[in-house]
Design a protein. Structure first.
Length: 124
């Protein structure tokens, strides 16, 4: 899993979540670590390459109501098979379900990044 310059891919796990609506069970650090580990365990990406970040929302509506939500966007350089993406999505959704059983809306979206346009800089 290399990018076009031969560097390791850098998958991004971006968590967006409501501040409330989780029945007091939302521990963002624990959630980030669990999603990182789940993603790595699928074999679709290497643990050392994964970037995880989370953003909380105070103002939101889910189907017109203030129901709790947690949405995970996964950004990968293209090249994974549909089966790999499905397995990754289902594994990550299961982790969300286990950690946030009282949250109204849990979702995962897998996105392919364009390797022609993707650029990064590593400062070593």
């Amino acid at each position: 899993m290399k990018d076009i310059e031969g560097q390791p891919t850098m998958p991004h796990l971006v968590i967006e979540h409501s501040n409330d609506g989780h029945g007091g069970l939302l521990d963002v650090t624990k959630l980030m670590k669990a999603l990182h580990d789940t993603a790595a365990d699928t074999g679709v990406m290497k643990a050392a390459d994964i970037k995880v970040r989370a953003t909380a929302f105070e103002n939101y509506l889910v189907a017109g109501r203030e129901d709790g939500f947690c949405h995970l966007s996964v950004y990968l350089l293209e090249g994974r098979t549909p089966a790999q993406k499905i397995a990754l999505s289902e594994s990550l959704r299961e982790t969300l379900t286990v950690l946030l059983p009282q949250t109204k809306s849990l979702s995962v979206d897998i996105r392919d990044m364009d390797p022609i346009a993707y650029r990064k800089r590593l400062n070593n």
